[in-house]
Write a protein that binds this ligand. Structure first.
Ligand code: PLP
Length: 387
């Protein structure tokens, strides 16, 4: 009989041959604009810690205090023995930031999407999902059992046309979109999607993973950025990026959140967020509200990088971006890996992103509020040398 596990090695070989093989790199310092990566000091353009809060003393202090008082684990699911006062406080803080009636926190953003989508739609329902959506939206859609239509990236005409033709064949309908597309850096057409939602009676879920604390005057995200605060929709996001902790959330009406607490399997059947992470996220939200200068600095850094690239690398084609995520495309996966390696040799950590994560290979640069001008200048200088 053939070895039933032999295919694993063959598959790995195929992955290697396509230059798709991935492995971890080790960061040996605290998070920040510069880090020690596999023993080398590099400027960090690979982090989701947009406001530089993951290493902030106040978050560390809040997490440490919570761990001393309440322990390292929450010991159970929220509905059994896992619920603490801190969880309620964090949910209230998120709802108040988002100006929604309520919010619920999950143990990760990925679990928030799986839980929300599977609770909201099922076999008799329809999902329309942007082709560039995050893996957690795509897998949530599959897990829900609903009929899924993937529409071309940001193509609201297709969404309208499909709904016109088939909306009546389904009970509920849910439109899924990233707010900031995580591997491209552009924004979803939220106002158009919301009006399509109204026209065809569809719920809209927007994934604010990369826009929470980054977009909008008050840092509440893409909904605020587009002037849609107060409209009825489903806003999810993560505590793990600009908020410097771990966890996910869904914010919306009281009815939505109550329903999720009763029906979202990835909330009901998993252990509650630990006290330390909960307290850190709570401290982060306070900082986001009280220190808009962090967000302003982040956007100044974005403008500075774009300006320098235009000056020094006029032929470098950046992908359209309205966020701190800035990408440029390369011919193939091999070239992207090569440029990624050269960047590291030059002291710059900006990863190559390849298929199957994205259709075309690229270098992805993410900016932080804590980057200094010299960091951005060094990045552009190294890019000039390589390209
Ligand atoms: C990172 C990310 C998630 C998952 O969030 P985690 O808290 O890391 O699990 C979901 N959606 C998008 C668009 C993301 O970029």
């Amino acid at each position: 009989m053939p070895n039933p596990y032999a295919w694993l090695e063959q598959s790995l070989e195929t992955i290697h041959r396509a230059d798709w093989y991935r492995s971890v790199k080790t960061i040996q310092s605290s998070p920040g604009a510069t880090v020690i990566l596999d023993g080398q000091n590099v400027i960090n353009f690979a982090s989701n810690d947009y406001l530089g809060l993951a290493g902030d003393k106040r978050l560390i202090e809040a997490a440490t205090r919570a761990i001393r008082e309440f322990g390292t684990g929450s010991t159970g699911s929220r509905l059994l023995s896992g619920h603490r006062e801190l969880h309620g406080e964090l949910e209230q803080a998120i709802a108040s930031l988002k100006q929604t009636e309520d919010a619920v926190i999950f143990s990760s953003g990925y679990l928030a999407n799986l839980g929300a989508i599977t609770a909201l739609v099922g076999k008799r329902d329809l999902i329309l999902s942007d082709q560039y959506n995050h893996s957690s939206l795509k897998n949530g859609a599959i897990l829900s059992g609903a009929t899924i239509i993937e529409y071309p990236h940001n193509d609201t005409e297709t969404v309208s046309r499909e709904l016109q033709q088939i909306r009546n064949n389904y009970r509920r309908c849910l439109i899924l979109t990233d707010a900031v597309f995580s591997m491209d850096g552009d924004l979803c057409p939220l106002p158009a999607l919301l009006s399509i939602g109204e026209e065809f009676s569809c719920m809209v879920l927007v994934d604010e993973a990369h826009s929470t604390a980054v977009l909008g005057e008050g840092g509440t995200g893409c909904v605020e950025h587009f002037g849609c605060t107060g409209k009825q929709l489903i806003q999810m996001g993560t505590l793990s990026k600009a908020l410097g902790s771990l966890g996910g959330y869904v914010a919306g009406t009281q009815a939505l959140i109550d329903f999720l607490r009763n029906r979202a399997p990835s909330w009901i059947y998993t252990t509650a967020l630990p006290p330390g992470d909960t307290a850190a996220a709570l401290a982060a939200i306070e900082i986001v509200q009280q220190e808009p200068q962090r967000r302003n600095q982040l956007w100044e850094n974005v403008a500075y990088l774009k300006q320098l690239v235009q000056q020094e690398l006029p032929n470098l084609k950046l992908l359209p971006s309205e966020s701190p995520i800035i990408c440029f495309q390369l011919a193939n996966a091999g070239e992207a890996v090569q440029v990624g390696k050269q960047l590291i040799s030059g002291g710059i950590f900006a990863p190559a992103i390849r298929p199957p994560t994205v259709p075309t290979s690229r270098i992805r640069i993410s900016l932080m509020a804590t980057h200094q001008k010299v960091h951005i200048e060094k990045l552009v200088k190294v890019l000039v040398d390589i390209l």
